[in-house]
Design a protein around this ligand. Structure first.
Ligand SMILES: *[C@@H]1O[C@H](CO)[C@@H](O)[C@H](O)[C@H]1NC(C)=O
Ligand SMILES: *[C@@H]1O[C@H](CO)[C@@H](O)[C@H](O)[C@H]1NC(C)=O
Ligand SMILES: *[C@@H]1O[C@H](CO)[C@@H](O)[C@H](O)[C@H]1NC(C)=O
Length: 385
C-alpha cells in the first residue's frame, strides 16, 4: 500500500491507488461531525415546505414514498452528500416538527437568492430567506443551541442539539445562485447582468467570510448549473431562431449568464483561499457535471434530457407537477411518469433522484472539483502536507 501525493504551487498532483476496491488518498478522512447547508431548492430538505405550503404529491414518491419537502421524486445531491459522510439527513432550520440538529442544519429554501430581491414569494416565488437571512438564522441557531446545550441539566435535553465545539469542525456547503441568474434572465439583458454580478458574488463571499469569523473552516461551494438546459424553459420557446439553442437544445444565452456567474465565483473562491487563514475551500463545478449528464443522457441510460417526468407542458399550456388545471374544458392532472429513474428532469426545473444520484457520484470523488479532493477529505489544505 503506497500512496504518493504531491502538492505543486497550490495545485494538487494526485495519485490514488486502489487496493481491494478501497480508495486510498494517503490522508485520513475529515470525519465531519456536522453539515451546515445554505442554498435554494436544489438543496432544500423541507425549509420552504415548513414555512409556507407543504410540497404535495407526487414529490418524494421514489424514495420517501411521501412528500418530503424536496423538489424531486426522491433525494437531492445534499442527501447523497450526508450519506457519503455517514451522517443523517439534514433537518431544515425552519422545520419545528420532529427535527434533529445533532449533526447540522439546513438553511436552504426553495426560491432563495444570494441578494435580497425585494420581491414577494406570493408573486414571483422568490424566497424571503435570501443568503444574508440564512446567515442571520445560522448565527441565531449557533448562539441559541450553544446556550441550550450548556444549560441542559439532563443528557436527553441535548439529544437533538449540535455539540458547540463541533461548529468549527463541520462542513459548510453552498448551492445558491440559480435564482439570481433566473432573476437576471427575467429582468435584465446579459450586459446589465454582467454589471450586477460582482455585487452578487460579493454577497456570497461576505457570507463565507462571516462564517469563517464564526469559526467555520471547511467550505464546499457548488457553482450554478446550466439553467438554459432546464426543459421547462425550452417549452416556452416554440419556434427558436437558428443559433439560439446548442446541440443539446439548451438556450445558449442563458447558459452564458450562468457561466459568467461561475467564472466570477471561481475567481473569488481563489482569492478567498489567500484571505481566510486556515480555511479549505473547494469549488465544485456542478455546471460541468450536469451538462455532462444532459449531453450524454442516452449513453447514461436516461431518456432525452428534455423530457419532463412530472407536469403537463404541451403547446402553450403548462400545468405544473402535482397540479390540476382545465385545458380546452377538460381537467388535466399533471402527474408523474411511469418510471422516474429514466428521466433527468423531475418537473422541468428540478432533477430526479436518479439524476441527483448520478451527479453526486460524479462530484463527490473530486472529479469536478478544484482542488480535486473527494468530499471526505475536503478539510485538507495543500500546505498541511
Ligand atoms: C432590496 O432592498 C434593500 C433595502 O431597501 C436594498 O438595500 C437592496 O439594494 C434591494 N435589492 C435589490 C436587488 O434591489
Ligand atoms: C386543446 O386544443 C388545441 C387546439 O384545438 C389542441 O391542439 C390541443 O391538443 C388540445 N389540448 C388538449 C389537452 O385537449
Ligand atoms: C469518480 O466517479 C465517477 C463515477 O463513478 C467516475 O466516472 C470517475 O472516473 C471518478 N473519478 C475519480 C477521480 O475517481
Amino acid at each position: 500500500m503506497e500512496v504518493v501525493r504531491v502538492f505543486v504551487a497550490g495545485s494538487i498532483a494526485f495519485l490514488v491507488l486502489s487496493v481491494l476496491g478501497e480508495e486510498l488518498t494517503g490522508l485520513s478522512p475529515c470525519n465531519f461531525p456536522a453539515i451546515y447547508n445554505f442554498g435554494d431548492s436544489n438543496s432544500d430538505t423541507g425549509g420552504i415546505s415548513a414555512a409556507f405550503y407543504p410540497a404535495g404529491q407526487p414529490s418524494g414518491e421514489t424514495f420517501f414514498h411521501e412528500p418530503a419537502g424536496r423538489g424531486s421524486d426522491g433525494r437531492l445531491i445534499i442527501d447523497f452528500i450526508v450519506k457519503r459522510l455517514r451522517l443523517p439527513y439534514l433537518s431544515a432550520y425552519l422545520d419545528s416538527i420532529g427535527a434533529s440538529f445533532r449533526h447540522g442544519a439546513n438553511f436552504a429554501t426553495g426560491g432563495s437568492t444570494i441578494r435580497q430581491l425585494n420581491e414577494s414569494f406570493f408573486v414571483t416565488g422568490v424566497s424571503p430567506f435570501s443568503l444574508d437571512i440564512q446567515i442571520v438564522q445560522f448565527d441565531q441557531f449557533k448562539t441559541r443551541t450553544s446556550n441550550l446545550y450548556n444549560q441542559a441539566k439532563k443528557h436527553s435535553h441535548r439529544r437533538n442539539l449540535p455539540r458547540p465545539q463541533e461548529f468549527s469542525k463541520a462542513l459548510y456547503t453552498f448551492d445558491i445562485g440559480q435564482n439570481d441568474v433566473a432573476a437576471g434572465i427575467r429582468t435584465m439583458s446579459n450586459e446589465q447582468f454582467r454589471v450586477v454580478l460582482p455585487d452578487i458574488i460579493d454577497h456570497l463571499a461576505s457570507a463565507i467570510q462571516h462564517l469563517h469569523e464564526q469559526g467555520a473552516r471547511t467550505f464546499w461551494i457548488h457553482n450554478t448549473g446550466p439553467i438554459g438546459c432546464l426543459p421547462v424553459t425550452q417549452h416556452y420557446y416554440h419556434h427558436p431562431m437558428p443559433g439560439i439553442l446548442d446541440q443539446h437544445g439548451c438556450l445558449i444565452s442563458q447558459n452564458e449568464m450562468a457561466k459568467e456567474f461561475n467564472r466570477q465565483l471561481k475567481r473569488r473562491v481563489t482569492k478567498l483561499r489567500a484571505q481566510l487563514p486556515g480555511a479549505a475551500l473547494t469549488y465544485v463545478d456542478i455546471f460541468a457535471a450536469k451538462y455532462k449528464l444532459i449531453s450524454n443522457a442516452k449513453k447514461q441510460g436516461f431518456v432525452d434530457a428534455r423530457s419532463i417526468c412530472c407536469g403537463y407542458h404541451e403547446d402553450y399550456n403548462h400545468v405544473w407537477c402535482g397540479h390540476k388545471d382545465k385545458i380546452n374544458g377538460t381537467e388535466i392532472y399533471a402527474g408523474s411518469c411511469e418510471d422516474p429513474s429514466l428521466y433527468i428532469s423531475w418537473d422541468g426545473v428540478h432533477y430526479t433522484e436518479a439524476a441527483n444520484h448520478w451527479i453526486a457520484n460524479h462530484i463527490l470523488n473530486g472529479s469536478f472539483t478544484d482542488p480535486p479532493v473527494p468530499i471526505t477529505h475536503a478539510c485538507q489544505k495543500g500546505q498541511h502536507v
